[in-house]
Ligand binder design. Sequence first.
Ligand SMILES: Nc1ncnc2c1ncn2[C@@H]1O[C@H](COP(=O)(O)OP(=O)(O)OP(=O)(O)O)[C@@H](O)[C@H]1O
Length: 346
Amino acid sequence: MQRYGMTERKKVLIGMSGGVDSTVSAILLQKEGYEVEGVYMKLHQKEGYHEENFAKAQRVGAYLGIKVHFLDLSNEFKEEVYDYFVDSYKAGLTPNPCVMCNRTIKFGKMVEFADSIGAEYIATGHYINSDGEFIYMGKDPNKDQSYFLCEVKKEVIPRLIFPLGNWVKDDVKAYAADIEPLKDFATQKESSEICFVENTYDEVLARHMDIDMPGETVDAEGNVVGTHKGYMHYTIGKRRGFFVDGAHDPHFVLEIKPEKNQIVVGTKEQLEVHEFEIKKINLFVERDEFDCLVKVRYRTQAVPCHVKIEGDKGTVTLKEPVFGLAHGQVAAFYEGNKLIGGGVIC
Ligand SMILES: Nc1ncnc2c1ncn2[C@@H]1O[C@H](COP(=O)(O)OP(=O)(O)OP(=O)(O)O)[C@@H](O)[C@H]1O
């Protein structure tokens, strides 16, 4: 984790969310000899959320004797992440808000803030590794978050430090539990996967539009076979929450047609995908045609593939098929544990 030379003491800005991961990360950085400052970012408008979490981050700051800044990025977050999330569902796509947040906010605006306070390094409590040149999967396979960084700008990587890259979550909690003034951090409820979603994503969408609009469920040939609750309730691969008249076998969502408020359903075999296109390509290596592994969603196995990039589009040919590829999600490319980039599935 140590990047600075023996004679200098390098300044690091750590994103402190009030959670156990960033808390332990801040402690580890200080132990390593870094000059640490923290920042709590206000990202969304969830009632009461920021008061509580900023207070926690400040408690950690007081314990460590470090400054914790408060940065209101709610306008930027709304534009770059929240609106994109809502607009994607409206367009029948499955967004990846954490990927966009990492690119534009955590490793975008937070880096600009680090510059403004003279911090060379930027740290977070993500379960990821980095050698200053590349990003690697974290050691804890259940927590590895490297997938969410595949759209981060290449030039920021040398400045990133992830103190928890070689930790497993249980050890992080045990570490916090041993520190008397901070031991409640070890047992607090874990944050939800998407920070502004309290329960389900459709609760968020329902604040902006009418998502309950019954429509037709059709098969791959376009025959009407049943009904559904409104296209925004579904993602590709979903197998519940719609009706297929007289169906015995399980049916899955194959496609979403927002303009007709239709969902296309079919069998598991019909979900099989061998090739797909990507856009918004972000690579950490200089190549336009290569073999690698690809993860087409967060919690899935990486599969071998061939990538060919032409202009701002790319074609990914899979050597093993995947089932249920959702448009709008990110495909992250790996060589072993090394993240070499990504793109948005279109
Ligand atoms: N509001 C925030 N302000 C500052 N940094 C943040 C904020 N939210 C997240 N981060 C940073 O991003 C990291 C990853 O966030 P994420 O929400 O994915 O993880 P987490 O496992 O809930 O982490 P934590 O236990 O630290 O809350 C955090 O560890 C923290 O360093």
